[in-house]
Design a protein around this ligand. Structure first.
Ligand code: HEM
Length: 134
């Protein structure tokens, strides 16, 4: 089941073409995990500066957030964040089952199911996220 590669003296960055489903699952899980950490710190930084900057006036804070929501790029970033979070959660639950020894022989199928379910949830969310922006 496991594969090894002769990488030679210099790393062959073209190896991604040979990646199996399990390797893509590993790459996507790492990527989404660290994007979520990045978002978490950005989110805390924005809110912890926007709240004091509003100087106790809730309308300034609300106006700042409404201004952000008016930007189409922010709406698309929100859809992207949902995609990243949903995939990480679904694939993470799948990994926890694998850790428990459940579904070991259907790991590729459960990874594809995570991808398809993520895609379906994200597509279904688009009208809500883009409402009023276009
Ligand atoms: C229900 C929600 C979540 C579930 C079920 C989940 C599940 C998991 C699991 C099982 C792993 C270990 C994967 C492995 O075996 O290598 C993992 C890794 C990780 N998760 Fe989550 N996670 C969740 C939410 C989050 C959130 C909210 C964040 C960030 C704010 C996050 C960040 C990470 C990071 C950074 C890693 C390590 C990635 C790596 O470098 O390998 N996760 N997650």
């Amino acid at each position: 089941m496991s594969q090894s590669y002769d990488r030679g003296l210099v790393e062959d960055f073209g190896r991604w073409r040979d990646f199996s489903a399990g390797m893509w699952a590993w790459v996507f899980h790492k990527f989404t995990g660290w994007v979520l950490i990045g978002y978490l710190f950005t989110h805390i930084a924005v809110l912890s500066t926007a709240i004091p900057a509003a100087g106790g006036d809730p309308s300034i804070y609300t106006g700042t957030l409404q201004g952000l929501e008016e930007l189409l790029v922010v709406r698309f970033l929100e859809v992207g964040l949902l995609a990243v979070a949903v995939f990480h959660i679904l694939n993470g639950i799948r990994l926890l089952f694998v850790d428990l020894g459940v579904g070991l022989t259907a790991q590729d199928k459960s990874f594809y199911a995570s991808l398809v379910l993520t895609g379906a949830i994200v597509i279904a969310s688009v009208p809500t996220f883009l409402a009023g922006a276009i």
